[in-house]
Design a protein around this ligand. Structure first.
Ligand SMILES: Nc1ncnc2c1ncn2[C@@H]1O[C@H](COP(=O)(O)OP(=O)(O)OP(=O)(O)O)[C@@H](O)[C@H]1O
Length: 136
């Protein structure tokens, strides 16, 4: 249970309007995204792959529905990588030293990223291969 002091209202100058809270929420969320990009090499690889996929989509004039599928694949991998990062941080917080359960948690989360990345490559192949073959 939280100590009583946790329920005291913030001092007047620290109280935020609903609108400021809304904006602050975006800033926290973006800093979480940016933390993942800064600290996770895999996330930087995903971002690079996303830029290449969108660039290729523009170059090859893929359809709107194909673009939608590419964006679903891209966001899916980003979200999985970010959840993997959440889990790594939580596991490090809860179990800074070696623990077999910590290993399972981290390995399963990394496996989820791998499964999602494989799915994205398959989606990319289905979309881009016919367009690439049509060039020849
Ligand atoms: N506390 C721990 N207890 C047991 N095994 C761990 C622990 N921390 C990490 N490991 C093992 O080491 C592997 C790599 O862990 P690490 O936290 O370095 O993840 P990572 O995927 O390399 O992340 P990062 O991108 O931050 O380097 C895990 O998948 C897990 O098998």
């Amino acid at each position: 249970m939280l100590p009583p002091s946790s329920f005291e209202p913030l001092p007047q100058h620290e109280q935020k309007s609903e609108w400021r809270k809304f904006i602050a929420g975006f800033s926290y969320a973006f800093s979480g995204f940016w933390y993942t990009v800064r600290t996770q090499r895999n996330m930087r690889v995903h971002v690079l792959a996303a830029i290449v996929a969108v660039g290729a989509g523009i170059y090859l004039h893929i359809s709107a529905i194909e673009f939608a599928l590419i964006f679903i694949a891209i966001t899916g991998v980003f979200i999985t990588e970010m959840i993997n990062t959440v889990l790594e941080v939580c596991v490090d917080l809860a179990s800074p030293t070696y623990h077999p359960l910590a290993k399972i948690a981290k390995d399963v989360a990394a496996g989820a990223v791998l499964v999602n990345a494989i799915l994205s490559v398959i989606i990319g192949l289905f979309i881009f291969l016919p367009h690439l073959l049509a060039l020849f």
